[in-house]
Design a protein around this ligand. Structure first.
Ligand SMILES: [Fe+2]
Ligand SMILES: [Fe+2]
Length: 152
């Protein structure tokens, strides 16, 4: 088992969750249909899975990545992504994203969709960085491929 085994596993599960909640968001956004079960799943995902995931990484994973040689500059970019995701989640709440709500306005669904897409892109970027970091651990981390991923 590698240092990042648990986070790879978590990202894989997140990708599955993202597929499901993205479908629920699309139905609201594109068809104006409010599916209460899909909507509760969406709220649960954001509040109980996605946001705690960010905190877990900041507390547990980023320090390990730093110890393996990931530069502060790259970690700062990942933390900035996290802050942007938190801003989007607050915007979604301001638009009425709440598990007890009976409706989510179209603009709220747009914000949620932005959150879901940004979260997906961020998780993929992180996976690429962590995978390269694992492959490079014990060796020089100045390899070109690593740099290319970091600078995206
Ligand atoms: Fe992250
Ligand atoms: Fe992540």
């Amino acid at each position: 088992m590698t240092e990042f085994h648990s986070i790879h596993h978590e990202h894989a599960r997140l990708a599955e969750d993202l597929e499901r909640v993205r479908a629920a968001t699309r139905v609201i956004r594109d068809d104006g249909v409010f599916d209460p079960a899909g909507y509760r799943e969406l709220c649960r995902f954001i509040n109980e899975v996605a946001l705690p995931h960010l905190k877990h990484e900041e507390d547990e994973i980023f320090p390990r990545a730093a110890a393996l040689g990931l530069e502060e500059e790259v970690l700062a970019l990942l933390r900035r992504d996290h802050e942007q995701l938190r801003v989007l989640s607050r915007m979604a709440r301001a638009w009425g994203l709440d598990p007890n709500a009976a409706v989510l306005p179209h603009d709220g669904a747009m914000v949620v969709d932005r959150f879901v897409r940004a979260f997906d892109a961020h998780a993929r970027h992180e996976e690429a960085i962590f995978s390269e970091l694992e492959r490079g651990s014990g060796q020089s981390l100045t390899d070109r491929s690593v740099k290319a991923i970091r600078l995206r």
